[in-house]
Design a protein around this ligand. Structure first.
Ligand code: 13P
Length: 333
């Protein structure tokens, strides 16, 4: 059976109409770290309650087309007794699943990582589809260090794994989000970020082509071209938007369903402005929207801690960021 038409339609729904994705797929250890930093206890139930608060934000589907879930949340239930994928489907939001098992130190190159999770992936994917997943995510992580990293070996191994994952997704009727993240950590210049992101995207699309991945049935989730966090002279927001779009134009085929950016540790307002500038006054071959994690959730999480689980207060923060990014996807402030 071919799932092609269904996947094209899901991919379009994910990125068109200026809505974007909420990346709420932090693994339990990662979410625990975020909770710990704010003095929140991390348990199976406290993580569930936090996610239920996010997903039940009034009008969320006006700005958010899909939510990426971690396995734990995917199998949990909302208070009404339905599973989260069922809950999201009812309110007009697609449910997605993070299927990689994490970026692990690469053999022989321990300062770089290779993302794992391909073994048994077809069977896992079929199960997720039966439980309501329409799309999936796999994140590859590329680190920049002076002129020495990333190595060609790390770029190629990660590009290959991303393409194998994407092909498996499409065989199982699930739209892949292909996420090659070039980290902002370090003191590198925006020019170096441009050079590395270019090489990474070029390698990823070459591998996707080899694996015969249908580009109109996938979404690309790239990092922005941006100065390292520790750089003494950080490029302006206009330069980030300009060079990011230039890099994507050079390396992302026009048939890709859309680009949904990650925020990668930028401040929430900064991530929103970058998105607005990328969309302002330009005619682009694909929609550019957001698939933010921290840039959508940070303010809500802080409020969740300081206002002691006040649902309305935290939802207000998520709604504000989601609506701001929805406007930014239209090029507006
Ligand atoms: P950030 O927007 O916080 O980078 O998270 C997006 C994501 O899904 C990382 O894999």
């Amino acid at each position: 059976m071919s799932y092609s038409n269904e996947m094209k339609s899901v991919a379009k729904t994910m990125v068109q109409g200026f809505r974007g994705l909420l990346a709420a797929d932090e693994s339990s250890p990662t979410l625990s770290k975020r909770f710990d930093a704010l003095g929140l206890e991390s348990t199976y139930e406290s993580r569930r309650a936090w996610r239920e608060m996010l997903f039940s934000t009034p009008n969320l589907s006006s700005w958010i087309s899909g939510v990426i879930l971690f396995d734990e949340t995917f199998r949990q239930q909302a208070s009404s007794g339905v599973t989260f994928p069922e809950y999201l489907a009812k309110i007009g939001i697609l449910a997605g699943i993070k299927v990689d098992t994490g970026a692990k130190p690469m053999a022989g190159r321990p300062s770089e990582t290779i993302t794992e999770g391909l073994d048994g992936l077809s069977a896992r994917m079929a199960e997720y589809r039966a439980l309501g997943a329409t799309f999936a995510k796999w994140r590859a992580v590329i680190k920049i260090e002076q002129q020495t990293l990333p190595s060609r070996a790390a770029i190629l191994a990660n590009a290959h794994a991303l393409a194998r994952y994407a092909r498996i997704c499409q065989s199982e009727g699930i739209v892949p989000i292909v996420e090659p993240e070039v980290l902002m950590d370090g003191d590198h210049s925006i020019e170096r970020s441009f050079e590395v992101t270019s090489e990474v995207l070029q390698s990823v699309f070459s591998e996707l082509w080899l694996q015969e991945v249908a580009l109109d049935e996938m979404v690309l989730k790239p990092s922005m071209v941006i100065s390292g966090k520790g750089a003494s002279l950080r490029a302006s927001r206009e330069e980030v938007a300009e060079l990011s779009v230039q890099c994507y134009r050079n390396h992302v085929p026009g048939s890709v369903a859309g680009i949904a950016l990650l925020s990668g540790g930028q401040r929430d307002s900064e991530a929103t402005q970058h998105l607005a500038l990328m969309n302002r006054g330009k005619s682009l071959p694909w929609p550019i929207t957001f698939s933010y994690g921290r840039a959508l959730q940070d303010a809500a999480l802080e409020s969740w801690a300081t206002q002691k689980y006040d649902v309305q207060a935290a939802q207000g923060h998520l709604a504000e960021r989601a609506a701001a990014n929805f406007r930014a996807a239209q090029g507006q402030d």
